[in-house]
Design a binder for this molecule. Sequence first.
Ligand code: UD1
Length: 357
Amino acid sequence: MRVLLTGGAGFIGQHVLRELTRRGHQVRVVDSMRVDVHGTDEAWRPPPDVEFVAADMRDNDAITQALSGIDSVIHLAAKVGLGVDVNDLPDYAASNDVGTAVLLAGMANREVQSLTLASSMVVYGEGVGLCRQHGRVGPGPRSASDMEEGRFEPPCPICGVPLETSLVDEDAPLDPRNAYASSKVAQEFYAANWARLTGGSVAAMRYHNVYGPGMPKDTPYAGVAAIFASALRRGEAPKVFEDGGQRRDFVHVRDVAAATVMACERHDTDVRAFNVGSGTPRTVADMANALAKALDGPSPTITGHFRLGDVRHITADSSRLRNELAWLPNIAFADGMSELANELTPNGVGSKREVLR
Ligand code: UD1
């Protein structure tokens, strides 16, 4: 297939690009090379045989041009992370909402019928909670005063007792709780509108916490695994927020890339969301311990600090992806964490040897 890959110079994008070319697809990459992601001096070059268009997703002419001769689009270009503060809102809306709208209009004009979209588990907010008395409930936002007093589990909205969590499937209600999450929900809805108007197909890949080689480091948008690996390389203990019991599903970027390319190849009707997770939730403290062990570094510190925008647990049921697209994750957690921990930084720092020095 001739695939347009947006955001192909990014963390997940580079792995998707490698998987696409490995599977024999012809790829054209669009990426704006935003400075807050790529810095000013990093010159990313696509591999030979891959066309590269440096353009912002909001550039209607460039995007329409880039869609020429394309069979299928994988749309990863987006502003990611939690953001720093409320001043980030316009950039999330512009980069993610408007960028997607421009892409979809271009696809309609060029009669490109297949879209694989990077969405996120954050669309579910706090997900589904289990109350002993009230069964399945939607947990409300956690209050600052509860968290200041160390009560981190979200309470039942009816009786206030701490909830157990259960895995969310793709039909769980959407409940975006920050700008990034809202923009991902918007992208899914715009894509569904486009599909209804054009008869196109959409696979919305709701990624869990993606980690692995090439993860953004030392930026406000870095994921927790990269933050902990960087701290350990400096010889510092990872600082775990809350009580460390918050759960995430850390899924390796090569497994995510495989899932994304399989969706692009195999999903060709309708609008379908797919949770993309390893299937084994871990606590953030467990993940910190795995990295500390891999680097023989100091034990994690449980800080009790918290970020108000964080949800407590994000754990999904990814069985739809396994059943419908025959995807299986291949990389074991301990192996993936060890690979991340020992990844060499551009200046050669980062191996176990360097840390022990
Ligand atoms: C992450 C992604 C988000 C994606 C979502 C999907 C990032 C920055 N965010 O959100 O784009 O949509 O997964 O599930 O990659 N923490 C610490 N110490 C720190 C930093 C964070 O303990 O120094 C904790 C946080 O409180 C949180 C957990 O680690 O409980 C995960 O945080 P983070 O990596 O920022 O990701 P998510 O909010 O899960």
